[in-house]
Write a protein that binds this ligand. Structure first.
Ligand code: PMP
Length: 353
């Protein structure tokens, strides 16, 4: 740290992303990206003509993209705010609505803690049940804002609408932020509930189910007043957050919904195949409703599995945290990726038996 760095950041622990290797020989199952290409419509956006327009700033209101998202989810454009990735949306939501602090589960997306540290937001950490499920009763009358991922990461466990309603109804004076990064892998979105609950903010990303992690597109859905509050902060920070190319790609992705649905369906089928194969090898894990599995082996420690897989050029995500130290989070890749994973794990299990 230089002697010029503001001391208020002394204790800040930045987010540590999954490894992004420069060597392309890896099967990358560590950051929950899609194994499939963006849609044809997205690929066709990157023309010379569109690239030539990069000399101009894009529309800072993201109007066309917000309209496209609103049309898809059958809400009004004033209910939607696109941002440069959903990490940005989460940060803005915490800045806006966590005045009284914020509650979230003990095992969840690591950026929540990074943002609460960065913005010095008082935090209530609520332990998940023994089986990693979230008990809605633990969130009644928290006296703070609430954020949870649904499905949660890295567990993949999902709360249905009635459970989310319970949390919304028992916290009428605080915003409940539902991070739906992984909702499209077989779950119902809470977006329709924004018409009923003025304290619901849903956050989604184009990084997972729309195969666009590199485009950095996220969005918030909520009642118009919540969105105006977020816009106020967005425009005080980085109004040009969704680049011109990403706006075009995002609109094309919404138009190509059928393609994305078919990618998600393939991922779900591959997920279930992989889960069964891992059970036969002595793994146990959560009932993940996401594009990843969260799995531990009966006898081989989690960090050993991660290291051995890496020797075989397969990357998975290991979190060195006490409660989940036996587990790895394994992104679902193509059918071939997962066959290779299972075959290498078979070898690892044989070596260690
Ligand atoms: N929420 C959760 C639960 C995530 O796992 C991720 C991906 N790391 C994000 C939000 C952020 O996604 P992005 O910034 O790429 O939209």
């Amino acid at each position: 740290m230089s002697r010029f760095m503001n001391r208020k950041y002394d204790a800040l622990k930045p987010y540590v992303p999954g490894e992004i290797p420069q060597d392309t020989g890896f099967i990358k199952l560590n950051t929950n990206e899609s194994p499939y290409a963006p849609s044809e419509g997205v690929l066709n956006c990157f023309t010379r003509e569109n690239a030539a327009l990069l000399r101009l700033y894009e529309d800072p209101t993201n109007r066309a993209l917000n309209q496209a998202i609103a049309g898809y989810y059958k809400v009004q454009p004033e209910n939607i705010m696109a941002t440069g990735g959903s990490d940005e949306t989460i940060e803005l939501a915490m800045m806006a609505f966590a005045q009284d602090g914020i509650a979230y589960p003990d095992e969840t997306y690591g950026f929540y803690q990074v943002f609460t540290n960065l913005h010095q937001i008082p935090t209530t950490i609520i332990p998940l049940r023994e089986d990693f499920s979230l008990n809605p009763d633990d969130y009644s009358n928290t006296g703070t804002a609430i954020i949870f991922a649904n499905p949660n990461a890295p567990t993949g466990l999902y709360l249905d609408r009635s459970q989310v309603r319970k949390i919304l109804e028992s916290n009428p004076d605080h915003v409940v932020i539902v991070d739906e990064a992984y909702v499209d892998f077989g779950n119902e979105s809470m977006i329709p509930l924004i018409k009923e609950y003025d304290n619901l903010l849903v956050i989604q990303t184009f990084s997972k189910s729309r195969n666009l992690a590199g485009a950095r597109i996220g969005f918030a859905a909520g009642n118009a007043e919540l969105i105006q509050d977020l816009e106020k902060l967005r425009n005080s920070r980085n109004p040009y957050d969704v680049t011109r190319m990403s706006q075009l790609a995002g609109i094309a992705a919404i138009q190509d919904a059928a393609y994305y649905r078919s990618c998600c369906e393939r991922i779900i089928i591959t997920r279930e195949w992989t889960r069964r194969a891992l059970r036969e090898l002595g793994f146990h894990g959560t009932d993940s409703h996401s594009n990843f599995l969260f799995e531990a082996h009966a006898t081989i420690p989690g960090d050993v599995i991660q290291a051995k897989l890496k020797e075989h050029k397969i990357l998975v995500r290991y979190f060195n945290r006490e409660r989940i130290k036996d587990y790895n989070r394994i992104t679902i890749g193509t059918e071939e990726d997962m066959k290779q994973l299972v075959s290498v794990l078979k070898e690892i299990c044989n070596e260690n038996s």
